[in-house]
Design a protein around this ligand. Structure first.
Ligand code: AMP
Length: 421
């Protein structure tokens, strides 16, 4: 039997988990500051939801879904992204009957059958936000600012925010037509995927990562020449709020969302130095999505960020997320008879929210002191026969090397004094 995990999956081991907790803490806190509440949806849905909500012509739906039949013959799919599920929940629970907008965030695993490589997994984690029920350009700017704020709070300084508009149902068909006319004579020279995209989804040709396609496309027609007055106005207002917030962006006309329910604002956050998988997050406005998956006409906007990519970006930029790795107090005892006393101290410390540890390997007192040093303990509680007899503990301040005896019932108060120094 193969005892490795499935290809494209990864374990998050106990010594890595702290950095995940810390990142999750920043994500949740930032979302909450901006007024978003968490939603938890199932990790599988009816396949049809993603076919409609992600789009039948996307790579996700065409190639990357983990789809299976349950025992009753229903087609289910492990969620490849979070937006469709949020839209489904919004409709199912009639959230549109509440005062709008509805602002939510999610965090959890996603599944895509793609070729694994650095920064690309088959099970990965996303944090994302969705806002339903307002067309205000200020909300586009809020969502974008939230995404940028997250990378700043995580300590990343090098990133690029790319921004574009993809127009609306009125003006995009005109652009699509213009673009198709431009692409048609070049079609045979494009990569295989793009050759078919020219007919199925020509806007997606613009964001193809193949070098050949990027070169051939030089001089492509700009969407800004095709959008209607309303879309232009919306885009200008989004930019002016971002300017007000001091959020810097790069206008990028290659940035597109190919599906009909995407409208207006599109954005992506890139971190240089991550190689081919340099997109840390992306999002956009989807004013026709809720209707597309069967709900009442409701506008929306959102983004998703890849958590493994965020961690890679932090690593690449030598940003340390976790401080205070070690324990605060180490409890050392001289012989097995003293173990109950050590356990009482340990329990007392932990009940007082003090991070405490002990030895479980019957090591000598000397070896335990070494272990205390290695675990970066600030104080060590020493329990020997003398202390047991006199109802005391010895405390050693690991910083100064100073050692003194205290009454057992003064343990927490004395430890806190040292910890707060
Ligand atoms: P998307 O839902 O495709 O817009 O992706 C949003 C973000 O999720 C991307 O910018 C990546 O950071 C991350 N992401 C997407 N696919 C994967 C994957 N297969 N493995 C790891 N991260 C991914």
């Amino acid at each position: 039997m193969d005892i490795s995990g499935p290809r494209g999956t990864h374990d998050i081991l106990p010594d890595e988990i702290k950095i995940w907790h810390k990142m999750e803490q920043v994500l949740r806190k930032t979302a909450e500051i901006y007024g978003y509440s968490e939603i938890r949806t199932p990790i599988f849905e009816y396949t049809e939801l993603f076919e409609r909500g992600v789009g039948g012509t996307t790579d996700i739906v065409q190639k990357e879904m983990y789809t299976f039949e349950d025992k009753a013959g229903r087609s289910l799919t492990l969620r490849p992204e979070g937006t469709a599920s949020c839209a489904r929940a919004f409709i199912q629970h009639r959230m549109y009957n509440q005062p709008q907008p509805t602002k939510m965030y999610y965090i959890g695993p996603m599944f895509r059958y793609d070729r694994p490589q650095s920064g690309r997994y088959r099970q990965f984690h996303q944090f994302g936000v969705e806002v339903f029920g307002t067309r205000s350009p200020a909300v586009d700017a809020e969502v974008i600012t939230l995404m940028v704020d997250i990378v700043k709070r995580l300590g990343l300084r090098r990133y690029e925010l790319h921004l574009n508009t993809v127009g609306c149902g009125n003006c995009r068909p005109h652009y699509r037509q213009t673009l198709t006319e431009f692409l048609r004579p070049l079609q045979a020279d494009l990569c295989r995927d793009c050759q078919s995209r020219v007919d199925s989804n020509p806007l997606r040709v613009l964001d193809c990562k193949e070098k050949r396609c990027r070169e051939i496309l030089a001089g492509f027609p700009s969407i800004l020449d095709s959008i209607c007055e309303e879309c232009r106005e919306h885009f200008e207002r989004v930019k002016s709020v971002l300017d007000l917030y001091g959020v810097q962006y790069i206008l990028d006309e290659r940035l597109v969302r190919g599906l009909d329910y995407y409208t207006n604002t599109a954005f992506e956050l890139l971190v240089p130095g991550l190689g081919a998988q340099n997109a840390v997050g992306g999002g956009g406005r989807y004013d026709n999505l809720v209707a597309q998956v069967g709900g009442p006409d409701t506008v929306g906007i959102g983004f998703a960020m890849g958590m493994e990519r965020l961690l890679l970006a932090l690593e690449e930029n030598q940003v340390e997320l976790v401080d205070g790795e070690g324990v605060e107090v180490y409890v050392a005892f001289n012989s097995p008879e003293l173990e109950p006393l050590a356990n009482i101290a340990l329990n007392e410390l932990r009940s007082a929210d003090i991070k405490a540890e002990r030895d479980y390997g019957d090591r000598s007192l000397r070896a335990q002191m070494k272990q205390a040093n290695r675990s970066q303990a600030v104080v060590t509680v020493l329990i020997g026969e003398n202390e047991a007899k006199s109802g005391t503990y010895s405390l050693r301040d690991m910083d100064t090397g100073e050692q003194f005896e205290i009454e057992q019932n003064a343990l927490i108060a004395e430890i806190k004094k040292i910890l707060m120094k």
